[in-house]
Design a protein around this ligand. Structure first.
Ligand code: EPS
Length: 392
């Protein structure tokens, strides 16, 4: 059985965004309504550009499903681009005035061309549609084992919420998030952020934001401490920073650990044998500053990942730049874009983080079929529930 992996292909204005997911066990039910709901959610958000009014993202199954369940091969999904115009030079002109913050300059130099068109077509955040499709498919596996992901926007500029998601309240917070135009699960902070985005638009400027993802129901022991790349936090960090526009990632308290003493950081352990049936296996923590990961392994507490997104680098006002064709000082070019895409990015991170949890889950529970995977999962939990031995 192949490890759980995904690849994407596609350009922002090419015919399709495609993902290929390998390593889902045979017999995993793939809920396409759920996948499509996630794709639709990725298109939403106050401050998004005109492209989202053109597109109506939905996953088309190219391969890997029979009667709604995974079969013995990889799963291939496509999201068609309505705004497909890659081979029309009049509609996809050369990009020679690089936007500071965007891939334009570094990519033009990397590929030895004054025209950044090929670079921006592939580096565009439109690619995240394929990632959301892959992540949502992997979540169909996680859901079979009671593992659920919840991502939201904590805020931007000076508009932040202080909500604290837990295993008990996250579904209510999810309803608040879904009622918010900016995915902030707090009406007051949501209104304030909308106002900040509106003001940025008026000033021909852009806004980024802080995103948080919580994953509930993760059993202990995912990831590893034996080798750096096995560490779940290392995988999550790399996955988050692989998403367009992410500039920092934190696990649990993140950078805040530097400002506290150890007694104010590390989460005290209490054992409650009556809670052995939960993901914690009874090892309850009064706080979760570690964000559910210790020594590179999940510890049974919810996994908490934070990420800071930079403001969109396409500014209507432009920024000082240079024309790569002539060498003349020029303002950076403008391409249709968003004022703020943090709500969409929170959907992307929810799915990207969940994919990494699913990858680590498959590394531990590697059955060829969903049935075999379930047997491995149950056998592991039964053994883990004997630490400490019942009645000891
Ligand atoms: C995006 C589609 C893109 C951009 C945005 C994300 O469409 P277009 O370039 O046709 O307007 O709106 O991409 C960027 C902000 C970027 O810098 O690449 C999408 O579907 O998410």
């Amino acid at each position: 059985m192949a490890a759980l992996e995904y690849r994407t292909a596609g350009e922002s204005h090419g015919p399709s965004m495609v993902c290929l997911v390998e390593g889902l066990p045979l017999g995993t039910p793939i809920d396409l309504e759920f996948v499509n709901a996630e794709l639709r959610r990725r298109q939403r958000g106050y401050g998004r550009g005109a492209r989202q009014r053109i597109e109506s993202d939905a996953a088309e199954v190219l391969a890997g499903l029979r009667l709604g369940k995974t079969n013995a091969g990889p799963l291939a999904l496509a999201v068609r681009n309505r705004d497909s115009r890659l081979d029309d030079p009049a509609k996809t002109p050369a990009v020679t005035r690089p936007r500071p913050g965007h891939a334009d300059l570094a990519g033009s130099l990397k590929f030895l061309t004054p025209d950044g068109r090929d670079v921006i077509e592939r580096s565009s955040a439109r690619e995240t549609a394929a990632r959301v499709a892959a992540g949502a498919a992997a979540r169909c596996l996680l859901r079979e084992f009671g593992i659920e992901a919840f991502g939201f926007v904590r805020g931007a500029i000076d508009a932040f919420t202080d909500v604290a998601p837990t295993a008990d309240n996250w579904r209510e917070l999810r309803a608040l998030r879904d009622a918010s135009e900016v995915a902030v699960p707090d009406p007051k902070a949501s209104d304030r952020l909308v106002e900040r985005i509106r003001a940025a638009k008026e000033a021909k400027d852009t806004v980024g934001g802080l995103i948080e993802v919580h994953v509930f129901g993760v059993p202990p022991g995912l990831g590893g401490c034996g080798a750096g790349p096995d560490r779940l936090d290392a995988r999550l960090g790399a996955a988050v920073l692989s998403v367009q526009a992410m500039k920092s990632v934190g696990i649990g308290l993140g950078a805040e650990v530097a400002a506290r003493r150890g007694s104010q950081v590390h989460d005290p352990i209490h054992f409650d044998p009556d809670r052995r049936h939960l993901a914690s296996l009874g090892f309850e923590r009064s706080t979760n500053n570690a964000g559910g990961i210790e020594g590179g392994m999940s510890n049974g507490m919810p996994i908490v990942v934070t990420a800071a997104m930079k403001p969109i680098s396409t500014l209507l006002q432009g920024l000082p730049s240079v024309d790569l064709a002539t060498g003349a000082a020029e303002r950076s070019a403008y391409e249709r874009s968003d004022i703020c895409a943090v709500a969409a990015a929170s959907v992307v991170l929810e799915n990207v983080v969940a994919f990494e949890v699913a990858r680590a889950f498959r590394a531990k529970f590697s059955g060829d079929s969903l049935r075999e995977t379930s047997m491995q999962f149950e056998a592991y939990l039964a053994a883990a529930r004997e630490i400490p031995p019942p009645g000891a």
